[in-house]
Ligand binder design. Structure first.
Ligand code: TYD
Length: 201
């Protein structure tokens, strides 16, 4: 089963994925946790180009194509083989990130981004958790970090647009994408996610 986690900055994805992984392992599932952009040697190299704060001249289109390239490589090298082995794959971000960030927040439009991601769209996850956080809360959570990347450093209005983009994605894929309120505690998020997982697994 292929499960992805989505959300804006400071939505708590990484912490909650760790907890879900531990829970599933205790339930005797074989689990692979991975992340985008990156997760394989080539994909991590592409990630560096995308997220480097010095790369201010990257055009929006190039950014979208690099995310799609990294995704394609990661899918082929990491995700598909693990699924073939019967593992549950928990992936931190996938194609919905490109729909929210590049298609919607960067105004590239859904057609351009969907076509760049046509390979990934052939392998959509069975389940996607969208961790919905208000930008003011999410940005406050990440404000203490000292490793903010090129996208973290965008203005608040950009992060608000990312959230609107995700809400559009929810409308586009109502069966697959489940919204989890992430303005509260991580315990509550974990409980809400596990409730859904226990029904689906
Ligand atoms: P990362 O440090 O992994 O952030 P996070 O912990 O928020 O996932 O950086 C990934 C950044 O790249 C994040 O700002 C979201 C952005 N992104 C896109 O804009 N499009 C994409 O398709 C993906 C996968 C990520």
């Amino acid at each position: 089963m292929f499960i992805t986690f989505e959300g804006g900055e400071g939505s708590g994805k990484t912490s909650v994925i760790k907890r879900i992984e531990e829970k599933l392992i205790k339930m005797n599932y074989e689990v692979l946790v991975t992340r985008e952009p990156g997760g394989s040697v080539v994909a991590e190299q592409i990630r560096k180009i995308i997220l480097d704060s010095k790369n201010t001249s990257i055009t929006d289109e190039t950014e979208a194509l690099l995310f799609a390239a990294s995704r394609t490589q990661h899918l082929e090298e990491i995700v598909l083989p693990a699924l073939k082995e019967g593992k549950i794959v928990l992936c931190d971000r996938y194609v919905d990130s490109s729909l929210a960030y590049q298609a919607y927040a960067r105004d590239l439009g859904f057609d351009f981004v969907l076509s760049a991601n046509s390979y990934a769209l052939k392998h959509l996850p069975e389940l996607t958790f969208y961790l919905d956080v208000l930008p003011e809360i999410g940005l406050k959570r990440i404000s203490e970090r000292d490793d903010l990347n090129r996208l973290d450093k965008e203005r608040k209005s950009f992060h608000e647009k990312v959230r609107q983009g995700y809400l559009k994605v929810l409308e586009m894929y109502p069966e697959r994408v489940i919204k989890i309120d992430s303005n509260g505690t991580i315990d509550q998020m974990e409980e809400d996610i596990m409730k859904v997982l226990q029904e689906r697994l």
